[in-house]
Design a protein around this ligand. Structure first.
Ligand code: ATP
Ligand code: MG
Length: 555
């Protein structure tokens, strides 16, 4: 990651630089704290790039910490996928992976400390009662009748909660803060609940689990985090974050800093909703190439470099961060443009017979116009070739530069051909073209006339069949979860996946899964991670289409 582009300044960078300059911190420690309850999505990618990126840029450290306080929703599979995704994006956490559950003993001891200080109590209100006592944004809450229990009684009850003497949900431990606070998060929030659930790390050791807000701040402090960066919905939780740390003898007091979440148009960035797509088999899995998950983007063929560039470009702020999909696609396209070899493929084949094949020759073609070091291959010419059906028009629109009966076009890396006849089936569909080459046009312009159009093609005898998967946006509206009255699945795009049988150049035959190519004029493609077999069944996903500048750029 030594050639990364210059970082874009933003308010969090400013804070970090200020803290280093003033000597508040000698070096920084950040963390990325996902809950292992689903696969990571593009929003998480932004957070990863921010947290790990800051650590890299300022020679600090970034921890990976699993927030595993909801045992029922969490799994090893998710935890593993998250580690894979972070590494694939190009980052490495400091030391071992951390888990909030590593701190369950410490968190319990701190809770006992709070009780001893008279700052936490065991409450037995039912969830409905608790809601009623909490008040609203405009009305203060009411004190729980259990709020003034003695320290001894609270200690006794809390120990018995831990020992499994009470039923799930029958009691909670609450911080004793202020039921009249204008900030509802400070109205005696629950910090422990009883839940007999098997935990992926601690098994059945615990039947009480700490709540997120209480766990997060203490975990940060125990890890010596300097800047605890999170999304804006936690802004109102910051007073609670600070309150907990202020009451307890923790080693340090990290600064919580909030930034706005990334929202991408035409997709969703909520693990819960992505899980729904997976569970309802609307997509093939978390890594379906239409998913905005990191594993989905990976399988589609997006590059880590392109995604990091995207994170850099969209910036970090506290204002709305709804981004057009074209920004992401642009970053991916730009990255692939200079890095991946270019070959030809035909995805909607129309057969062309060359009637004057004679002494025709094949030509060598480089894999990239600006990168001779990518090497070259021979593009074999033959009496039967495939062209793209869309490159022929019987009645062409004005300005048409591709093939039509009586018209000429350049075959990429080969001859100028003229279409002499369109052969039709009984239903009147064009099923084949009869064309003739101008033998004097290999590597040179035709005499006395200009042929502007250039089309891609393949020799029928040499091309290999391939399954080509073409993707469109997953939803038909920019904000699928914007309409509260309707389910986001109402806006699924039925045409988000099109599978076609096409042809590719034989030089891609042994491509490993995840090898990327530009298929000239068609876009950037990636050999599918799961289904593509080198030397066997070839499967390519279209990662992103090309900009429409091809005709100008290639002569
Ligand atoms: P979701 O709402 O999709 O379940 P989450 O916030 O609950 O996401 P976590 O696993 O808690 O998911 O997230 C880990 C980190 O990633 C958090 O610091 C969170 O703020 C950040 N994050 C999550 N979604 C986004 C997003 N859309 N944009 C930026 N950061 C995000
Ligand atoms: Mg969360």
């Amino acid at each position: 990651m030594s050639n990364e582009p210059t970082p874009v300044p933003h308010f969090i960078r400013n804070i970090v630089e200020e803290d280093l300059k003033s000597g508040k911190h000698q070096s920084i420690v950040t963390r990325f704290p996902p809950e292992p309850n689903g696969y990571l999505h593009v929003g998480h990618a932004k957070s990863i790039c921010l947290n790990f990126g800051l650590a890299l840029d300022y020679q600090g450290k970034c921890n990976l910490r699993f927030d595993d306080t909801n045992p029922e929703k969490e799994s090893e599979e998710y935890a593993q996928s998250i580690q894979d995704d972070v590494r694939w994006l190009g980052f490495q956490w400091d030391g071992e992976v951390h888990w909030a559950s590593d701190y369950f003993d410490a968190l319990y001891a701190y809770a006992v400390d709070l009780i001893k200080q008279g700052k936490a109590y065991v409450c037995e209100l039912t969830p409905d009662e608790m809601r009623a006592y909490r008040g609203t944004l405009t009305e203060p809450g009411k004190n729980s009748p259990y709020r003034d229990r003695s320290v001894e009684e609270n200690l006794d009850l809390f120990i018995r909660m831990k020992n499994g003497e009470f039923a799930d949900g029958s009691k909670v431990l609450r911080a004793r803060i202020d039921m009249a606070s204008p900030n509802i998060n400070l109205r005696d929030p629950v910090i422990y609940r009883i839940k007999r659930a098997h935990h992926i790390r601690t098994g059945d050791k615990w039947c009480i689990y700490p709540m997120y807000d209480y766990t997060h701040c203490i975990s940060d402090a125990l890890e010596g985090i300097t800047h605890s960066i999170c999304t804006l919905e936690f802004e109102d939780h910051r007073p609670l974050y600070d309150w907990c740390l202020d009451q307890l003898p923790v080693p340090c007091h990290p600064q919580q800093i909030e930034f706005s979440r990334l929202e991408l148009q035409y997709t969703i960035t909520s693990k819960r909703k992505l899980l729904q797509l997976v569970m309802q088999n609307i997509v093939s899995g978390w890594d379906d190439p239409r998913m905005p998950t990191i594993s989905g983007m990976r399988r589609r063929g997006y590059t880590p470099e392109g995604i990091r560039e995207f994170a850099r470009r969209i910036g970090v702020s506290k204002s709305d961060n709804t981004i057009d999909m074209s920004v992401l696609e642009g970053c991916i396209r730009e990255d692939m443009e200079t890095r991946v070899p270019r070959v030809m493929a035909v995805i909607k084949p129309l057969k062309v017979t060359i009637t004057n094949f004679g002494e025709a020759q094949s030509r060598e073609a480089g894999f990239h116009p600006n990168h001779p070091e990518f090497g070259a291959r021979v593009v074999p010419f033959a009496p039967e070739i495939w062209i793209e059906a869309d490159d022929f028009a019987e009645t062409p629109p004005p300005g048409w530069q591709r093939l039509t009966v009586g018209g000429e076009v350049r075959l990429r890396y080969s001859y100028v051909v003229k279409c002499d006849e369109a052969v039709k089936d009984a239903a009147g569909n064009v099923v084949e073209l009869k064309c003739s080459i101008d033998p004097d046009t290999l590597g040179k312009n035709p005499q006395g006339r200009k042929v502007k159009g250039v089309i891609h093609w393949l020799s029928c005898a040499h091309a290999l069949p391939a399954e080509i998967r073409l993707y469109d946006r997953l939803f038909t509206v920019a904000q699928p979860d914007g309409d509260k009255a309707r389910d986001f699945t109402d806006f699924l795009n039925p045409a988000s996946l099109t599978v076609v049988q096409g042809w590719v150049e034989s030089c891609v035959k042994d491509a490993a899964p995840e090898t990327r190519y530009q298929f000239e004029r068609l876009g950037y493609f990636c050999a599918d991670r799961r289904d593509h077999q080198p030397g066997g069944k070839l499967v390519f996903n279209r990662s992103v289409t090309l900009k429409d500048s091809w005709a100008k750029e290639q002569g």
